[in-house]
Structures are given as C-alpha cells and as structure tokens.
Design a protein around this ligand. Structure first.
Ligand code: B12
Ligand code: SF4
Length: 470
C-alpha cells in the first residue's frame, strides 16, 4: 500500500526555523517501510522554510505531492490550535484524491467522533498511537477490527492504539523528512546552545496528570520505555547517518521518571564513548533530581534540562495541580547549576486570578533564581486536558472549526485579571527587555568563540527578514 502523511502546520508567522522533527510519522513510516509499503511525508512545517509564508504555494505543493505519489491512504496529523488547517487540508485534498483519508494525533485522539463529524472528508480517525493500526490496515485486516482506528462506517466502537513493547518498533526513519532543514544549526532546540540536533524519544507517557497538559494524551496512561540497547543503537546509527549532528534533544515527557534507568543510560553513553560524541538535552520534573545523578548525567553529555517550573507562586502551582512546590523548583535550578547542567524554565502565564503584581513577582523570581533560559507560555485549554473539561465551555463541540473561531478560543484570556493592554505594556516595558538581554548574554556565554560569527550572521539575517516583512 502507499501512504502519504501530512504533518500539522503552524501559523506561518510563528515559524521559527528548525525545530523538533515530528517523530510520529518517522516511527509510523519506518514500520510501514519495514513491511515493504511505500511512504512519503509532506511536512507543512518544513515547507515554510522552502516555500516561504505563502499558504497557497504550500497547499499547491502538497496537492502536487499527492498527485505524483498517488497514495492509497492520506494521513493527517492534528493538534487542536491548528485544527482549522486540517479542516482546510482535508477539503482541498478531497478534490484531487479518492482514496482513504484519515486523521490522527492529539486533537483526533481527544475528540475522535467530533473530528469525524466536523471533517466530512475523512473516512476514519486514528486514536492514540498509529503504528500498529496503520500496519494492520496495510496488511488488509478488516477495518472494523483494527484497534486504534475509528471509521465513519462502523459500529461506533472506539479503541485506543498503543504499542505495548516499544523496542519492537524499528528505528524512526528521519530520512522521510528534510533533515538538512531539521539538523541545521540553531540555538532554539537545545536552547541557547548553537548546535545541529536531532530529536528522539527514549520513553512514551507520563506518570502525572497536570490539569493543563495533553503532552502524553496520544500515549495513553503510564510510561513505557525503550531498552538501553535500543537507545544506544538508535543514537549510534543516527550519528553515523548524520555525522554533522552535534546534539540530541530527548523529548520524553519526563526523562527522569526512573532514576535507575537514567543512570544506566549515562553509564552506557560513557562506556561506549558516545558521551564525547554528542551533547544532549531532556525534559524533566523538578521533583526527581538528585546531585550524584545530575553529575553523572553531565559526565555523560547532558548539557540542558528543561523543567516545567510553571509558576513562581505556590497558589498557581496548586491551581494547575502540578504536584510540586516553589521550593522544589528553586532547589532543582540550584542542583542543575551545581552539576554544570544548563536549565530552561517553562513558566505559565494567564493563570487563574493572575494580577500585574504576580507578573512582576515572576520576573523578580527569574532574576533571583537565574534559570539559564526561560519562556512564558499562556495557560491553554487543550481538548483532552482536565482544564478543557472544566473550563473549555465545550468550545470545539459547539463551534465551527474555522481559523477565526479557533484563534479566538486560544487567544481568549479567561483566567487572569489583567487586561490585554496592561499585559502588552508589561511585556514591552518589563519582560521583553530583560528576556532579550538575558538570552543574548547566555548564548554568547555557552557557545565557543568559533561559533560566534555564524550566530551573529544569523541574528542579523533574522532582523533583516523581520524588517522586510514589515
Ligand atoms: C515536535 C512537536 C512539534 C513540532 C512538530 C510537530 C509535528 N508535526 O509533529 C512543531 C515545533 C512544528 C510543533 C508545533 C506546534 N505544536 Co507541537 N509538539 C511537538 C511534540 C513536542 C512532540 C511530537 C512528537 O513527535 N511526538 C512523538 C510521537 C511518537 O507522537 P505523536 O506525534 O503524537 O504521533 C503519534 C500519534 O499521535 C499518532 N498519530 C499522529 N498523527 C497521526 C496520523 C494518523 C493518520 C494516525 C492514524 C495516527 C497518527 O501516531 C503517532 C505514532 O505513535 C508534542 C508533544 C508530544 N509529547 O507529543 C507537541 C504537541 C503535539 N504540540 C502541540 C501544539 C499545541 C503545537 C502548536 C499548535 C503550538 C504549541 N507548541 O503550543 C504548534 C503549532 C503552532 C501554531 N499555533 O501554529 C500540543 C498539542 C496539544 C493538542 N491537544 O492539540 C503538544 C501535545 C504539546 C503541548 N503543548 O501539549 N510541535
Ligand atoms: S506537565 Fe509534565 S509532568 Fe505534568 S502531565 Fe504534562 S508532561 Fe506530565
């Protein structure tokens, strides 16, 4: 069978160059190819790099790819803030394609029936992980009997696709993507460090359920792990295939969930010499860090830890049910610093009853605790999260999935007590200057002198591009 997959897009004006490579289709594609099916990906994110921000050009290139490749199945990946793009793609694809069209990913998993209802062109929806469901489809299994696929014409059964033994999956096939683009040097993947990187997973799932989060929605409950052998081999092969890659971003939801496993990974990286070959970064919860393990991680090549600090105020941490404390967060930053691991703090804003004074408090907290890099993110109500259930007002159930509606829903500030004008003024006068100064200094501090000319050149090119866009 022939499969063509389409990644979820991004608002073109939010495009920021190379980012994490979309691993879902790299895994699905590898498994299908292993079973001798033909696979191609049209990557709506990377396409912006090649074709610019002209949406029509990107659509045309996607339709051409479909016409030339002539797939039996087209699979769209979905995320809620960009669901209008999937609606649009399905519509224009139907004009040139008569085969099976499916949608999967986070949004489809959160709202499978509704996705089918709202996107009339779809034949079915993938729920959860798609590897085994799509292989079963390719092997001719009766559609109704395939776990993880929900069909328009079926008895109405919903089941969840899930790969129980991760090691049975072949290594993700990066070559399905524009790896020149994804491995281009940037300081925004392993934040601050100007590196050529690839992204990988060593586990799937999260043990927690913070109220705002749908990170592990498509993985289902619990955490599953790849073995140390699989991880080592994956890293070795990727570095051999892409010798220019200098860093790997492991975007497991909580890399540190099993400290003994992390210790074994580190020992293996050190024993095999891989520790000297590449630098790596992870995401972790603040409450799992121990000094000895952090030192070992540093020795094994870990240069960056991204922590969901979320808030500088305990009331905010409690309101999103993070299950950590401000003290734990502060200690985590100290421990990373002591071990020589650079730390990124993710902070939530637009939180429940947020006041201008809270924003100032957060800014002062950042100045005092000095995470090496940090970013503020609005508290969002993604379908599938506890927050959506409690405060989403059944938006996706009761509105058309147009771009205008979806953007309005996501831009709405339903929790804080700060007006948009006050927030903008605060950002322009207080936050942005500090953010820019801090990150500029960090970038030049953590990168060796030989990388500065290229970094300077890129900063200049970015500025000019912005200027011309205006
Ligand atoms: C890498 C990544 C990106 C990359 C690449 C995206 C891509 N095309 O995959 C980039 C940087 C482009 C990106 C952008 C955005 N992303 Co993003 N991203 C991720 C991230 C970190 C990893 C995705 C991944 O590789 N997962 C690993 C693979 C194995 O899982 P998977 O992608 O889910 O794929 C599996 C299943 O979903 C399923 N599947 C997927 N597609 C299909 C299709 C079919 C037909 C079938 C049957 C199955 C199937 O099978 C796959 C294999 O098991 C996830 C977080 C996460 N943990 O998943 C967020 C995540 C998917 N992103 C998210 C969001 C919201 C965005 C943005 C919309 C904004 C943002 N960051 O907040 C933007 C777009 C901005 C905009 N408004 O324009 C949310 C989605 C939430 C939701 N409920 O919709 C997530 C969950 C993070 C979060 N904030 O919670 N993202
Ligand atoms: S925020 Fe982090 S710890 Fe909380 S559920 Fe999401 S991935 Fe897990």
């Amino acid at each position: 069978m022939r499969f063509l997959f389409i990644t979820h897009g991004i608002e073109p004006n939010l495009f920021q160059g190379p980012h994490w490579l979309p691993l879902g289709f790299a895994y699905i594609g590898a498994l299908l190819k292993q079973h001798r099916h033909a696979v191609q990906v049209f990557d709506r994110y990377a396409a912006i790099d090649r074709l610019g921000q002209d949406a029509e050009k990107i659509d045309q290139a996607m339709l051409n790819a479909i016409t030339i490749f002539a797939p039996d199945v087209v699979g769209l990946s979905t995320v809620s803030p960009m669901i209008h793009d999937a609606v649009h793609c399905a519509k224009i694809i139907r004009d040139v394609f008569n085969g099976t069209m499916l949608a999967g990913g986070h949004h489809a998993t959160a709202l499978p029936r509704l996705t089918m209802e709202k996107i009339a062109e779809l034949d079915g929806v993938g729920i959860g992980e798609g590897e085994e469901s799509l292989l079963a489809l390719a092997q001719g299994k009766k559609p109704d009997e395939i776990k993880g696929l929900y069909w328009r014409k079926n008895s109405g059964k919903e089941s969840f696709g899930r790969v129980e033994q991760l090691d049975l999956l072949p290594f993700p096939d990066f070559s399905l993507f524009d790896t020149d683009f994804y491995t281009r040097r940037t300081s925004s993947i392993i934040r601050g460090f100007h590196l050529s990187t690839l992204s990988m997973l060593t586990s799937r799932g999260c043990s927690q359920r913070c109220s705002f989060c749908t990170e592990s929605l498509t993985y289902g409950g619990g955490v599953r792990f790849h073995s140390i052998d699989y991880i080592t081999e994956l890293v070795k092969r990727a570095l051999k295939q892409y010798p220019h890659v200098e860093g790997i971003y492991f975007h497991d939801n909580d890399f540190m969930v099993d400290p003994a496993r992390v210790e074994n990974i580190c020992r293996r990286f050190i024993e095999t010499g891989l520790a000297k070959r590449f630098a790596w970064a992870i995401q972790a919860r603040a409450d799992r860090l121990k000094p000895a393990l952090l030192r070992l991680m540093r020795k094994a090549g870990c240069i960056k830890m991204e922590i969901g600090v979320e808030a500088a105020l305990q009331k905010n941490l409690d309101s999103v049910r993070k299950g950590t404390t401000v003290n734990v967060n502060e200690k985590a930053l100290r421990l990373c610093r002591d071990a020589g691991i650079s730390v990124h703090a993710y902070i939530l804003t637009k939180t429940q009853n947020e006041l201008l004074a809270d924003l100032d408090f957060t800014l002062n907290w950042l100045k005092k605790n000095r995470p090496d890099t940090f970013s503020l993110h609005p508290l969002l109500r993604h379908p599938g999260s506890v927050l959506y259930k409690e405060k989403g007002n059944r938006f996706f159930e009761s509105h058309d999935w147009t771009r205008e509606n979806v953007l309005r829903f996501y831009n709405e500030d339903v929790f804080s007590k700060i007006s948009p004008q006050e927030r903008k003024k605060w950002a322009l006068s207080r936050y942005n200057p500090f953010y820019k100064r801090h990150h500029r200094i960090i970038r030049y501090k953590v990168n060796p002198l030989r990388k500065w000319p290229q970094m300077l050149y890129e900063a200049l090119a970015r500025r000019l591009k912005k200027l011309f866009a205006k």
